[in-house]
Design a protein around this ligand. Structure first.
Ligand SMILES: Cc1cc2nc3c(=O)[nH]c(=O)nc-3n(C[C@H](O)[C@H](O)[C@H](O)COP(=O)(O)OP(=O)(O)OC[C@H]3O[C@@H](n4cnc5c(N)ncnc54)[C@H](O)[C@@H]3O)c2cc1C
Length: 432
């Protein structure tokens, strides 16, 4: 990469983050930790997260009695009754504030909910997370950028219209990635051409350039928040600087010109994901989210919450794996004693449980941090995500080893022999 391209890439991120706020880990690299912030956060967690939460108990009962994660895997699709179940249990409106028809859950409570879902079905947990991140969080983040009464009025109109739909029956998805750009949005090629009379924008992007790629929930979404580079009438798009023009739009699936292609991955079978082609999709000007050029700020304000959510889902999966490992370590006898009592395996079990404990403590801290206004959680959420992803990969690997041949054998194959079937192999292709 030449220097100017790199500088452009870097400044795209820096300018998108906006105003800095307090971060307890900001001095960590010089050995200074703000312990008072940590203990304060643990008090917040205790006051917000309740193990006897009636909603969590209902979700637990539903997951254990109605949800079979292997059905999602084998059908490569989320059954409609599972989506309806999530809707009935209010999971799809958990983080939307009460004034817009949601439950207004704190991040602490929501982390517990995602952990619970993740312990049974990582796919359903991710559906719940993405539903509140994309369109919902985008419209809520916009509030922080509304300086003028007129901007606030426009934002409120969008929030009242679309948050209500998400809280009632709509599914929302987030669309930034395109074929030409993933990590580097400064090269985004999705174009939003403004109409000469200013009444609408036309969104364009092909399967090979500018169209949306890897959109989670893309095949089942009714609403998308899409990032595109605004071009004014007759403007030559080759000379545009995306940094100043990337803008967010709410796009309804029913608008003419949208084609959706389902995608699949080596893991996460059944997770709806799509590539989206945009053939001059007409978007009313009222559906522009914020000002021209605000798009990346709106997108990146969500990054911290997204990282906490993935860590909460990972913790649920890790607790499931640790339970499997403990059970098998006692049940399976080889060489005259339970395999969990052989020194190497004992060490593995201790290490697994230590990682579960550390991830849980870290998750509680960062969730409580996110629940305080005006905190800069970028560093903490990124560290949490890094730690929990590594811990999950290790736990899957260790559980697979401990289960021996059964760890590598598919769930269906174990069940066909009448064995107690446990899917470690499904989770092997999930983390990353
Ligand atoms: C299952 C799944 C779900 C997804 N869901 C969504 C979604 O809902 N919405 C959405 O918009 N996107 C989504 N994505 C896209 C995801 O955000 C991108 O894949 C990601 O941003 C990386 O982009 P890329 O795939 O183009 O890889 P690239 O950006 O091309 O990166 C390729 C490799 O190069 C490395 N790399 C890139 N830049 C640098 C650098 N400057 N320095 C060092 N290394 C670098 C990367 O780390 C990576 O290893 C999803 C992807 C997957 C797999």
């Amino acid at each position: 990469m030449n220097e100017s391209a790199y500088e452009r890439f870097k400044s795209t991120f820096e300018s998108a983050h906006g105003q800095q706020h307090y971060s307890p880990f900001s001095k960590l690299l010089t050995g200074q930790i703000d312990y008072s912030a940590i203990s304060q956060c643990l008090d917040i967690w205790k006051s917000k997260a309740d193990k006897a939460d009636p909603l969590l108990n209902k979700v637990h009962d539903w997951l254990t009695s109605e949800v079979d994660p292997e059905r999602i895997e084998s059908e490569s699709k989320i059954p409609d009754d599972y989506l309806q179940g999530l809707r009935k249990l209010d999971c799809l409106r958990a983080r939307i504030p009460e004034q817009y028809g949601g439950l207004g859950m704190s991040q602490c409570r929501y982390s517990q909910l995602l952990e619970k879902l993740g312990s049974r079905s990582e796919v359903l947990a991710l559906v719940v997370s993405v539903q509140q991140l994309g369109v919902a969080q985008g419209l809520l983040s916009l509030q922080k950028l509304e300086q003028q009464p007129e901007q606030h009025q426009k934002g409120e109109a969008l929030r009242n219209k679309y948050l209500d739909q998400l809280a009632t029956n709509a599914i929302g998805a987030f669309c930034l990635t395109t074929p030409e750009t993933g990590s580097d949005p400064s090269r985004l090629q999705t174009i939003a051409r403004a109409s000469p009379d200013g009444s609408h924008f036309e969104l364009s992007g092909d399967w090979s350039i500018g169209g949306k790629l890897f959109t989670t929930l893309g095949t089942i979404a009714d609403l998308y928040i899409m990032l595109a580079v605004v071009a004014f009438p007759d403007e030559d798009i080759t000379n545009l600087d995306p940094r100043k023009r990337i803008t967010a739009f709410i796009v309804e699936r029913k608008y003419p010109g949208i084609s959706v292609k389902p995608l699949s991955f080596c893991g996460w079978h059944g997770l709806p994901n799509a590539a989206i082609k945009l053939d001059k999709v007409r978007i009313p000007k009222e559906n522009r989210v914020g000002e021209v050029g605000d798009g990346l700020k709106i997108a990146f304000m969500n990054l911290g919450s997204g990282r906490i959510n993935i860590s909460a889902i990972s913790l649920g999966m890790m607790k499931h794996l640790a339970r499997v490992a403990r059970w098998w370590g006692v049940k399976r006898v080889q060489g005259g004693k339970p395999i969990g009592k052989h020194e190497l395996n004992t060490e593995q079990l201790v290490s697994m449980n230590a990682h579960v404990y550390a991830t849980e403590a870290f998750l509680q801290f960062v969730s409580a941090l996110a629940d305080q206004p005006d905190m800069d959680i970028r560093l903490e959420a990124a560290m949490l995500k890094l730690f929990s992803s590594h811990a999950l990969v290790d736990l899957v690997d260790e559980t697979l080893q401990l289960r021996g041949g059964r760890g590598y054998e598919s769930y269906v194959s174990q069940a066909s022999r009448g064995d107690t079937a446990i899917a470690v192999e499904r989770l092997f292709a999930v983390p990353g």
